[in-house]
Design a protein around this ligand. Structure first.
Ligand code: ZN
Length: 284
């Protein structure tokens, strides 16, 4: 019998309870392509993403800066879906700062952001991008909840994801994200892994785009056999200007777009899919 990863979890359940449960699970929405019964034993194949794809590629980009215009164009050209994590208050005030390269990094105002991200996910990155360490719960709830409300109103769509500003995350923040109604929180720490998240409120992305191993990480993704593999690249599009990385990024998009076993989804689509298929949920 072949069992692997999530499939083995389901297999153990089925083995304990007998064949009747197999039928029950199939009725509950498991696809027949995932499970087949062979001569009284159970043969489980790996779970798949929509369209029968083995893995999923996505990008999660922060801050809503002017370079997102070029970045979104590139995503659209290759049929890749991304999640854009915005700070509604900094959009309103058209916040700008000087990068160490001397480049002025500017936020897109609401008028320029409207329509740009169509087909991609809008997620919250907090109202004003504060460093949250040591901040009280009320402050965190306001920064998350008010940003969610503002973005919902501005874009006229549901906002169900949160991406941590800077590199700080804590149980208090995970709790606040849940209380604000977010379905997941993507944190900053890289996992350097293709595994699906174990807890949607501590979702570590695969790799930050300035990591020197970026190309090798994508190579590994295209070759991996990890069940429900995810390659999530995170970053800020202004880095592509500052580090002259547009060509490298386009090369990655070209390669993944040609791979036949790769699905393209936003973070909320991935979380909703994993929630329904493998029962992804908060651990605490
Ligand atoms: Zn940020």
């Amino acid at each position: 019998m072949f069992v692997h990863g999530y499939a083995s979890m389901i297999a153990n359940n089925l083995l304990e309870c007998g064949e009747k449960l197999i039928v029950k699970n199939l009725e509950r929405g498991m696809h027949r392509c995932d499970i087949s019964v062979i001569r009284g034993g159970i043969h489980l194949e790996k779970l798949l993403y929509p369209g029968g794809k083995k893995k999923v590629f996505t990008v999660s980009y922060d801050d809503g800066v002017t370079q997102d215009v070029r970045f979104v164009e590139l995503l659209n050209q290759y049929g890749i879906k991304g999640t854009f994590n915005l700070n509604s208050e900094l959009m309103r005030s058209e916040f700008a700062w000087v990068h160490e390269s001397g480049m002025v990094v500017k936020r897109l105002p609401p008028s320029a952001a409207l329509g740009l991200y169509d087909g991609h996910e809008i997620a919250s990155h907090s109202l004003t991008h504060p460093y949250f360490e040591g901040k009280p719960r009320e402050f965190i709830l306001h920064e998350m909840g008010q940003d969610r409300d503002n973005l919902r109103r501005l874009f006229g769509q549901e906002v169900s994801g949160f991406a941590a500003p800077f590199d700080y995350w804590s149980p208090l923040m995970a709790e606040a994200a849940k209380d604000c109604g977010f379905a997941y929180a993507r944190i900053s720490e890289e996992s350097h892994s293709y595994d699906p998240p174990e807890d949607p409120y501590y979702w570590r992305p695969g790799i930050f785009h300035l990591d020197g191993e970026l190309d090798q990480f994508v190579d590994g993704f295209l070759e991996t056999d990890t069940e429900l593999a995810i390659c999530q690249i995170v970053g800020h599009s202004y880095d592509l200007d500052a580090e002259d990385m547009w060509g490298q990024m386009e090369n990655i998009f070209r390669r993944v777009s040609r791979a036949e076993d790769v699905a393209f989804m936003t973070n909320i689509e991935i979380v909703r899919y994993l929630t329904s298929r493998v029962g992804l949920r908060a651990l605490n």
